[in-house]
Design a protein around this ligand. Structure first.
Ligand code: GRF
Length: 225
């Protein structure tokens, strides 16, 4: 089975992106900065041939993290692209884009990657760069989504998988799942419970995208045909 490739058309004001993965198994490049439990969930899912994807490489912005160790244990190529190794942030952005592109990804997954990428990266992977966030966007974006939701006193929070755009956690929403807040939660217990749901949502969403394709029209993302 050969599927169609990628289509990007439209104007800046009303851009449409439709993506079908053009091979039997999609190639994922996953970016991490820490523990990598979301990465592990993807690695485990990819072990099932019917999932429809392989993790082609794992990239990080820092060495010595458990996320990279998980990839190495699974025999997956890794790379580290540190901001400190580049003269400017723009040069780092280009370097990261090149490092990711070298693995020919159909989909790039930011899974706990704690850096904002720049315009070169965003342009190169437009419509196929996704992120996961531990809150129900547009509420509680940014670095402290779990803490901010808890401090606000919401009774329901959750997680969001979204297309990355130039803002911080502002891109089109692909999928969300809710998690109740308990009276005795602290940031640690709530984040751990959110992450259980987040891992399942990420695995389900990436699987549905690579098997069924996806399209983005304005802020509306449709997964599957
Ligand atoms: C996740 O909750 C992610 O949304 C947030 O940081 C956490 C990363 O967890 N940005 P892990 O590294 O995948 O375990």
């Amino acid at each position: 089975m050969r599927r169609a490739g990628r289509l990007l058309e439209g104007t800046a004001a009303g851009r449409t992106a439709a993506v079908m993965v053009g091979r039997m198994k999609a190639r994922l490049v996953v970016l991490v900065s820490g523990a990598g439990t979301n990465l592990q969930a993807l690695i485990d899912a990819c072990a099932d041939q019917s999932y429809g994807a392989d993790v082609a490489a794992v990239g990080a912005d820092r060495p010595g993290i458990e996320g990279l160790a998980r990839a190495e244990r699974a025999g997956i190529p890794t790379f580290v692209t540190r901001v400190a190794d580049y003269p400017t942030r723009a040069a780092w952005d280009r370097g990261l884009a090149e490092a990711v592109a070298a693995f020919g990804p159909d989909l790039v997954v930011s899974a706990g990657f704690m850096k904002l990428v720049g315009p070169v990266f965003l342009d190169r992977f437009e419509g196929r760069f996704i992120n996961t966030h531990p809150a129900l966007l547009p509420a509680f974006g940014g670095m402290h989504g779990v803490r901010d939701a808890l401090e606000y006193g919401v009774k329901l929070t959750g997680c969001t998988v979204f297309m990355v755009d130039a803002g911080t956690d502002t891109g089109p929403v692909i999928a969300q799942a809710a998690v109740p807040v308990r009276d005795d939660d602290d940031v640690g217990t709530l984040h751990e419970r959110v992450k259980v749901t987040e891992r399942a949502l990420l695995v389900d969403t990436v699987g549905a995208m690579v098997r069924g394709g996806w399209s983005v029209q304005g802020r509306r993302v449709k997964v599957g045909r």
